[in-house]
Design a protein around this ligand. Structure first.
Ligand code: NI
Length: 169
């Protein structure tokens, strides 16, 4: 297993639209392992392949306290959403230190393949539902700060660029 380098907002590669995973083979299984390791190391609760510059439809999530309930969704598709929505505070490993409210469905049902390539259906609510929606947005090239006002988004962009400049000095 290996830690993978993350892309940080406003890196334009975060806006790439991911293609479906063609086959759940050895390469994909290694990618899943590396993404899980990278997510746990960064103390994140979710990671999309987009964030490690792989533009295929694959996300990993673990919202458990014990960090032992990995959810792997390959080629995820939303098949149902609740009528109720809520604003939840979100953050993102690609936008470190920034947290803000985003409106999401309270519950969703997703069909996908798991890490063994087997079809599965996940009925999610609460934090897991929010996290799946956030990660699936990444696969469409969307970062959560794009839901915020242009003013806020620009402030975040400036802050991120400044931090990245200082770090590369
Ligand atoms: Ni994110």
């Amino acid at each position: 297993m290996a830690l993978l380098p993350l892309l940080f907002f406003p890196d334009p590669r975060l806006h790439t639209i991911a293609k479906p995973v063609a086959a759940v083979d050895e390469r994909i299984r290694r990618l899943v392992d590396d993404m899980l390791e990278t997510m746990y190391e960064a103390k994140g609760i979710g990671l999309a392949a987009t964030q490690v510059d792989v533009h295929e439809r694959l996300i990993v999530i673990d919202v458990s306290e014990q960090r032992d309930q990995a959810v792997v969704l390959i080629n995820p598709k939303v098949v149902w959403t609740s009528s109720e929505t809520h604003r939840n505070e979100e953050g993102c490993l690609s936008v470190p230190g920034i947290y803000d409210g985003v409106e999401r469905f309270d519950a969703i049902t997703v069909s996908a393949l798991d890490a063994a390539g087997q079809p599965r259906v996940v009925q999610a609510e609460g934090l897991l539902a929010v996290c799946i929606q956030h990660e699936m947005d990444h696969l469409l090239g969307k970062v959560f700060v794009e839901y915020l006002s242009p003013l806020k988004r620009n402030r975040i962009k400036t802050k991120m660029l400044k931090a990245q400049r200082e770090e590369s000095r």
